[in-house]
Design a protein around this ligand. Structure first.
Ligand SMILES: [Zn+2]
Ligand SMILES: [Zn+2]
Length: 427
């Protein structure tokens, strides 16, 4: 079998791995890079409206015959680990006859993102898999594992062909709201793995002040109780674990979580597959501010906005209740508060990856709003990776999704097999 890493061997983002048996070819993840060649933030506008030929030339797309629209497809399928752009962002270029295997939750979030104009990938060729249940694609036997990650319904894959077993970890962690999945994997690890393709986002990164999703929730409760003032909270509307933590913290501190219609619609779409995710109609600790932005307009246009009317909170009501609110930060929401001079005695709780903070920090500074960081990583800490490797005992470990591939050998010595971007090795 041949293994090629098209991208991701020495960076976080843009993961793309190919496995080729005598008769079949599969690709795992096909993401947008997060960094450019100078390690600056990758500008996704570089991709918009560009042809496949241009993007192969600029090194954004791998030069792979039989993968793209307009070619005779020779790739059997793409396995998608989870709905983060750095794993699926290049899928719009894939030939529409090639099936994309993903989790049901992943499909829903991608559909939502497409509806709101955040991705060109329509997911028409998406084929939801049943987690834990093995399926076949060409020569390959594939078993999807559900893992704990900040991306919703994330999968790892156990892949077998030609007598070899490969485990692709995807992005995962052991300290989120579904840490039980990690513990179970340690108790019952995949066996006889020849190659473990292992993410290493946390190599070279500090752990941070709060280390588990539970610690984040508990710290939020403290802040919500202590601060007798309005709290804004910045987090991703697609980080469902975090939304659950914020909602629970609001309940524990008797605050009201004010979300926007976009966030409400994401939670609502996931209700069917996950009944424990908070919903707009779950009572007095959750309301919706109909912020007049593009997403709300889109929902008004297709008449889905109406459904959320019962949970609506107006600006005047927010003003009256301000010290009891946790307002989910959105660009226009914060601007409205600023314009009406209502940001005095306010705190911003920043609960997402630090890399995006410079985008919003000047606004809060200008309005004299202090910024408090309460966040934990979406990725496994180094000691959890070590425990995981100890449980799996693979023959070889291949670094992926890391800025520090050289650190792997400090822990696992000669077990580490470096495969560079664009390199093909026989396994
Ligand atoms: Zn990732
Ligand atoms: Zn991810």
């Amino acid at each position: 079998m041949l293994l090629t890493i098209h991208r991701g061997s020495k960076e976080i983002g843009g993961s793309c791995v190919e496995l080729q048996s005598k008769q079949s070819r599969i690709l795992i993840d096909f993401g947008l890079p997060l960094v450019d060649e100078n390690m600056g933030r990758f500008d996704s506008r570089k991709v918009k409206g560009k042809s496949k030929k241009d993007l192969i030339k600029s090194g954004v797309l791998p030069d792979m015959e039989g993968l793209y629209e307009g070619e005779h497809p020779t790739v059997n399928a793409v396995l998608l680990s989870h709905p983060h752009q750095d794993h699926y962002g290049l899928l719009p270029f894939v030939h529409p006859d090639i099936p994309i295997y993903l989790s049901e939750g992943c499909k829903i979030l991608i559909e939502v993102s497409h509806f709101f104009g955040q991705t060109d990938f329509k997911a028409t060729n998406a084929k939801p898999v049943t987690v834990w249940k093995q399926f076949r694609e060409g020569d390959f036997k594939i078993r999807p594992y559900l893992v704990d990650h900040s991306g919703f319904a994330a999968l790892a894959f156990l892949i077998e062909a030609e007598g070899k077993k490969i485990f692709y970890s995807g992005d995962f962690r052991g300290h989120g709201r579904k840490s039980i999945l990690f513990e179970n994997m340690l108790k019952r690890p995949p066996k006889d793995i020849s190659y473990l393709i292992l993410e290493g986002s946390m190599f070279g990164r500090a752990k941070g002040q709060y280390q588990t999703e539970q610690e984040v929730e508990d710290r939020l409760v403290e802040l919500f109780r202590d601060k007798e003032q309005l709290c804004f909270l910045a987090c991703s509307s697609q980080n469902i674990d975090r939304l659950v933590s914020v909602f629970k913290a609001c309940k524990r501190s008797n605050r009201i979580f004010v979300i926007d219609p976009y966030t409400a619609s994401i939670l609502h779409r996931l209700k069917r597959i996950s009944p424990h995710i908070p919903q707009f109609d779950w009572g007095r600790n959750i309301r919706i501010f109909f912020v007049p932005n593009r997403c709300t307009d889109k929902m008004a246009e297709n008449k889905s906005l109406f459904k959320f009317k019962s949970a609506k909170i107006t600006y005047e009501q927010m003003r009256e209740l301000r010290n009891r609110l946790v307002v989910k930060d959105a660009c226009l929401t914060r601007k409205i508060f600023s314009k009406k001079k209502d940001l005095e005695k306010t705190t911003l709780i920043y609960s997402m990856w630090e890399g995006y903070l410079p985008d919003v920090k000047p606004f809060w500074d200008k309005n004299n709003v202090p910024v408090l960081k309460v966040h934990c990583s979406g990725h496994a800490y180094v000691e959890d990776l070590q425990e995981f490797v100890k449980a799996v005992t693979p023959k070889y470990i291949v670094p992926i999704h890391t800025f520090s591939p050289e650190k792997y050998s400090e822990h696992w010595g000669s077990c580490v097999k470096m495969v560079g971007d664009g390199e093909t090795v026989e396994i």
